[in-house]
Design a protein around this ligand. Structure first.
Ligand SMILES: [Zn+2]
Length: 265
């Protein structure tokens, strides 16, 4: 999402904006929010954890699209259609318009001053795709917790960006029981798990994400990674590795965990 967005809006200035659903903005009043992004230049767009981050000099605009949010760039003359669930529209200085849509409004928007952005980002764990994250550092993070490994890798304060789908997949690929206490993983388990998380995230980003229900890419199409899933959504179907019917449980974190009894001992 961010990769496409960066190409489309970097260097543009917001000339006019409209906040159609203000409950999505979490830390500013409607008027303070609109004032803050007025005439702002989008210097860069990048991803941090599950957030699209717009660097706008005076402020950082953080959009957490959740499960159903998406960005669309169109000609400014294209009418805004309310049945498309628009939340925020921003007219750009090149005659186009950036719209943030959110079907179920599970997303969140924050407008942060530099110091607020610093502390926001500091509360999030390391990026799994950051080359600076070694298996040793990752292992040290895991050893600090006795919680189920699945819960720990999904805890955004410990590791950024891994949600339920990719946690299920990475634990399967690395052959690790999702309920195992994090501090029981060996150095080799940690290496395998980090490598699996990185592989899965890279493949999912390359496929423009996973669409289970409503998620759409920046070009309006569903993502492509759902066809490559090993376990998520495949309860009762044969394990792609050994043929054993996959099991599901909700006892680890109240979310669906699908796994193979044989491959993830
Ligand atoms: Zn299996």
């Amino acid at each position: 999402m961010v990769r496409v967005l960066r190409r489309q809006v970097r260097g543009r200035t917001i000339v006019r904006s409209r906040l159609i659903r203000d409950d999505v903005v979490k830390n500013r009043s409607r008027s303070a929010f609109l004032r803050g992004i007025r005439r702002a230049e989008i210097r860069d767009v990048y991803r941090r954890a599950k957030n699209a981050v717009f660097d706008m000099k005076e402020y950082t605009l953080v959009v957490q699209p959740g499960m159903t949010g998406s960005f669309h760039v169109t000609d400014a003359s294209t009418p805004v259609v309310l049945s498309d669930y628009p939340v925020l529209t921003m007219a750009l200085d090149d005659g186009r318009r950036l719209t943030y849509r959110d079907v179920r409004r599970l997303g969140r928007i924050y407008l942060l001053r530099p110091d607020e952005w610093q502390s926001f980002s500091a509360r999030i764990g390391p990026e799994p795709l950051d080359p600076a994250l070694t298996a040793e550092t990752f292992g040290a993070v895991l050893r600090r917790s006795r919680q189920a490994i699945k819960k720990v890798i999904m805890d955004q304060r410990r590791l950024a960006g891994v949600g339920n789908i990719y946690a299920n997949e990475a634990l399967f690929v690395s052959g690790i029981d999702p309920s195992r206490p994090a501090d029981s993983l060996t150095a080799s388990d940690c290496r395998r798990l980090l490598a699996a998380i990185q592989d899965i995230l890279r493949a999912a980003v390359a496929a423009e994400g996973t669409t289970i229900r409503d998620y759409r890419t920046a070009s309006g199409k569903p993502g492509g990674f759902q066809t490559q899933l090993f376990v998520y959504g495949r309860e009762g179907e044969p394990c792609r590795n050994c043929g054993t019917p996959l099991a599901a449980t909700h006892t680890i974190d109240a979310r669906t965990t699908v796994f193979c009894y044989r491959c993830q001992r």
